[in-house]
Design a protein around this ligand. Structure first.
Ligand SMILES: NC(=O)c1ccc[n+]([C@@H]2O[C@H](COP(=O)([O-])OP(=O)(O)OC[C@H]3O[C@@H](n4cnc5c(N)ncnc54)[C@H](OP(=O)(O)O)[C@@H]3O)[C@@H](O)[C@H]2O)c1
Length: 321
């Protein structure tokens, strides 16, 4: 019989953290210890070190986040906090995990990309300078950032998350850095929890159902949605399969813009609300967003489409019949 593995989930009341707790708790081979802000401040290295060394978990999952993208763009103090929570603290955790021989999982984001567009792959045999070699016919490559692409963020939040990746790589040993994008799922349990995009747009859509008018949605920022329970499940699979340590991209399939996602949402919810595609300039925000930040998963079996996951979410939360 396998011995029970102690798993520490930090940020356990967050949108992702609560799903990690759920998935690992369902398996008798794991004993889950859940910490959030009340149990530990991850920016306090000494406290972290003492508490984790005493607990001696075999696996540490860090689902803590500073995610006020606009606030940290404008306010220097907030940016300092973002760098501590998203940047330095993951490095402390990686170092502690190394000392006690634990596996460490840290989550990052598509926002580490965006300054440059991804490379467009050429078909095999094409020199890249032809235009008429004939090899391009029926060649439909997936376009996006793979796990090896060089990060180049467009905003300060992205910089803080990139710092986190670098600190984990510098200080860690047995680690997984898992990038995801546009997380959705049950709202977090923590007190200041933000609603995810689909919850917000569903409310807006219901209010603006005909004849009340329509809604505008940005037809830009193409990337993939990630359903929190799917990500938690895949995290467990990586651990159990003892995949090679390193960077992974875990997102649901079917990249889309915000506008396309709202179209799908309203179709599933049976709403006739009119949706107008607009450019990002219609909703000016302090922090720039990547225009295109599709993450390509080249190392794992792909996750299902976000459309299927969305339907499961809406049904499970009784938001649709
Ligand atoms: N949400 C997205 O769309 C998205 C996109 C890409 C990547 N990600 C990444 O996915 C991971 C999970 O994000 P999430 O959206 O699930 O986060 P979340 O719902 O905001 O949860 C984060 C949790 O961490 C806690 N926390 C914050 N600062 C802490 C500190 N100093 N010490 C201890 N706990 C602290 C929060 O408590 P309070 O609520 O009290 O602050 C909250 O319970 C993060 O790495 C995030 O960067 C998220």
């Amino acid at each position: 019989m396998k011995t029970m593995q102690k798993v520490l989930v930090i940020g356990s009341k967050g949108m992702l953290g609560q799903e990690l707790v759920q998935i690992f708790s369902e398996d008798k081979n794991f004993k889950v210890i859940s910490w959030d802000r009340d149990e530990v401040d991850i920016t306090n290295k000494k406290e972290l070190q003492e508490k984790i060394t005493e607990l001696k978990p075999k696996l540490i999952l860090n689902a803590v986040a500073y995610n006020a993208v606009d606030k940290c763009e404008e306010d220097e103090k907030e940016f300092e906090l973002a760098k501590k929570v998203n940047g330095l603290a993951p490095g402390y955790l990686a170092e502690i995990a190394k000392k006690i021989g634990a596996i460490f999982v840290h989550y990052s984001t598509d926002y580490v990309f965006g300054k440059e567009m991804p490379k467009i792959p050429e078909p095999k045999g094409c020199t890249g300078s032809c235009g008429s070699c004939g090899l391009h016919e029926n060649f439909e490559p997936e376009i996006g950032f793979d796990e090896e692409a060089s990060p180049a963020p467009v905003n300060k939040y992205g910089e803080s998350k990139l710092l986190g990746e670098q600190e984990v790589q510098k200080n860690g040993e047995k680690y997984y850095i898992v990038r995801l994008s546009k997380l959705f799922g049950k709202p977090a349990q923590s007190k200041d929890a933000k609603k995810s995009f689909f919850d917000v747009m569903l409310e807006v859509g219901k209010k603006n159902n005909p004849p009340a008018g329509g809604v505008k949605a940005v037809d830009e920022e193409t990337s993939c949605f990630t359903y929190a329970p799917d990500l938690a499940q895949k995290t467990k699979e990586i651990i159990e399969a003892e995949k090679e340590f390193g960077i992974y991209h875990i997102v649901n399939s079917d990249a889309c813009t915000w506008f396309e996602a709202v179209e799908e949402l309203y179709a599933q919810a049976g709403l006739d609300t009119k949706i107008e595609p607009v450019s990002g300039d219609e909703f000016p925000r302090p922090a720039k967003r990547p225009y295109f930040s599709v993450l390509l998963n080249t190392k794992l079996n792909p996750l299902r489409s976000y459309k299927e996951a969305l339907q499961e979410y809406l049904k499970s939360e009784k938001l649709i019949k």
